[in-house]
Design a protein around this ligand. Structure first.
Ligand SMILES: [Zn+2]
Ligand SMILES: [Zn+2]
Length: 350
């Protein structure tokens, strides 16, 4: 903590990020200061850069991060300096109808570390008392590395998506897209005792990765009749559940056709703002399809994911495609934007 200054990647407005020396946050008696180990780069960070996700500037972004508790405010109990933690970024209000129904992930008046509050693309981050009260400071088990802990938030979001699919033993489950989330879904779905796990992905390298992650069958939508193959794999019924991890409207429209009567479709991927799809409502009507979404996750999901990671039930080899110093943020962001690799992380101390 030389001179009370730290290195941070500061968002100064659309298309303007800069690595700067800024004051180390000063915490109150009710807050925690975390020394950041790694920050995960998310698609949302790119959208902030592009200006399509609007946040106030200046702001230190980074909502996926791991670190070590540096300082604990005098009035905070239950945490100690030196503990390895990952901080779940979204702070729910606890009062809205969603929170009262236990769906804190879709809280109507939430704030997020990395969007409205300075985040983890810095050497230190201040954890507000509301985040501590929400249980967002989650200890990292010994069996989970700091690198993987930094990407536990998107894994938790993926975990919630699997919950939304309501999988049962013996199901045929189809995952559309093998980007980071599709690959996490592949790993997480393996625990559901499925009859068959099918991943649809146009890029050959990612199909191979999906196979390594536990897919039983991978399909190339550019060269295969996906609907026909799924029908053949299910005695003509269709898949029990389908999750869409690709933000392409036409892909979503097609995916409805893969679901069996009485099956479930989960829209995990966000689509471009203002997207409309055309669909025949009779498909939903006669097939009694359940179409739902999956948005964000919770600190509880993150704890559950840590248990799975610690137990070795979810493997993480190949999940991190690069680790860069803050100064090379642009390379990490561009890898994300260009779908190169799986996840990239930043090391503010490199
Ligand atoms: Zn994210
Ligand atoms: Zn709420």
């Amino acid at each position: 903590m030389e001179n009370g200054m730290m290195k941070a990647l500061v968002f100064q407005g659309p298309k303007q990020f800069a690595v700067k020396m800024v004051p180390i946050p000063v915490i109150s008696e009710e807050e925690i200061l975390v020394r950041v180990r790694f920050g995960g780069v998310c698609g949302t960070d790119n959208r902030i850069y592009q200006g399509t996700k609007v946040i106030a500037a200046p702001r230190i972004t980074g909502h996926e991060f791991s670190g070590v508790i540096e300082q604990v405010g005098a009035k905070v109990s239950g945490y100690q300096a030196g503990e390895r933690v990952s901080v779940y970024p979204m702070i729910h209000c606890g009062k809205c109808h969603c929170c009262l129904e236990g769906k804190t992930n879709i809280c109507v008046s939430r704030t997020t570390i990395g969007y409205e509050i300075d985040g983890g693309f810095a050497q230190y981050v201040r954890i507000p008392k509301e985040a501590i009260a929400c249980g967002n400071v989650v200890r990292i088990p010994n069996g989970v590395s700091d690198e993987i802990a930094a990407i536990s938030e998107p894994i938790a979001a993926a975990y919630h998506g699997i919950q939304q699919a309501c999988l049962r033993p013996g199901d045929v489950f189809v995952i559309i897209g093998a980007g980071p989330i599709g690959l996490f879904h592949t790993q997480l779905a393996r625990g559901s005792d499925l009859k068959k796990l099918i991943v649809v992905e146009p890029i050959a390298e990612k199909r191979q990765m999906a196979l390594r992650m536990g897919a039983d069958l991978v399909l190339d939508p550019a060269n295969e009749d996906v609907k026909a193959v799924i029908a053949a794999q299910t005695d003509g019924r269709g898949a029990d559940a389908v999750i869409v991890d690709v933000g392409v409207p036409a892909v979503l429209e097609q995916s409805l056709d893969y679901v069996k009567k009485g099956g479930r479709l989960v829209i995990f991927a966000g689509m471009p703002v203002g997207t409309k799809i055309s669909l025949d409502p009779n498909i939903i009507h006669y097939k009694e399809l359940v179409v739902t979404g999956s948005s964000s996750s919770s600190a509880k999901n993150q704890e559950e994911v840590f248990r799975l990671l610690d137990s070795g039930k979810v493997r993480t080899e190949g999940m991190i495609s690069g680790c860069f110093p803050l100064e090379e943020w642009k390379t990490a962001f561009e890898m994300k934007a260009n779908y190169v690799g799986v996840k990239t992380i930043l090391d503010p101390w490199a």
